[in-house]
Design a protein around this ligand. Structure first.
Ligand code: FE
Length: 206
């Protein structure tokens, strides 16, 4: 992905070095402790991440009525599921809204203003999601951007771009891929990638 938006090769390495320096300074000044960052990272590794979204999407694939409820009132439908980690609610989960691919529509999420993202279902956004180039181009020429991600959306399919904000954070319910008809819910969970819930890829059977 690093070449797609003309990023310098060492961009991530440089950012990591900057963050390390900042963290060291904050610890030295006594503003945070060495555990603070680990605690936050651990939270996003175990409580809030794309593993939540994958469970929700797999359930929607198994249960058409659940899928309808998920689109209609996303937070309420998510609250029905009992196998999500604690801490899944809160952190603006009430603002999460799902849109479903299908019926001639492909959905793509973006935050044109900054980097609003449905943390509770997808975790932290990848760095390209925050990039001004992606944000402006996704709104202006989504079909071309998706092609660069390797996703050719046919001309007959309308592409809808959903702009996330502090009030609404979108995620995509992709379509269940062909060949997954007889899979169990646990197997389906494995097919749902974060990219497919952002709309820049489709779930595929490996
Ligand atoms: Fe934002």
């Amino acid at each position: 992905m690093s070449n797609q938006f003309e990023y310098p090769e060492d961009r991530e390495k440089r950012n990591a070095a900057k963050i390390k320096a900042l963290e060291t300074l904050l610890i030295q000044k006594g503003i945070i402790t060495s555990n603070s960052v680990d605690t936050v990272l651990n939270h996003f590794e175990t409580k809030k991440g794309p593993f939540n979204g994958a469970k929700i999407v797999a359930r929607a694939w198994m249960d058409a009525e659940f899928k309808k409820r998920l689109v209609k009132d996303t937070a309420k439908a998510i609250a029905e599921l009992d196998d999500l980690p604690e801490g899944m609610t809160g952190a603006e989960s009430e603002h999460v809204k799902a849109v479903a691919n299908g019926d001639g529509v492909h959905n793509l999420i973006v935050c044109t203003l900054c980097s609003c993202y449905p943390w509770s279902v997808l975790g932290l956004p990848p760095y390209w999601y925050k990039d001004p180039t992606f944000r402006s181009r996704a709104a202006r020429e989504p079909r071309a951007v998706l092609r660069e991600f390797g996703l050719n959306v046919s001309q007959e399919i309308e592409i809808k771009v959903w702009d996330s904000s502090a009030q609404i954070r979108w995620f995509v319910i992709p379509e269940r891929p062909e060949g997954a008809e007889n899979m169990t819910e646990a197997q389906l969970v494995e097919l749902v990638t974060p990219e497919s819930m952002m709309g820049v890829a489709l779930p595929k059977i490996a």
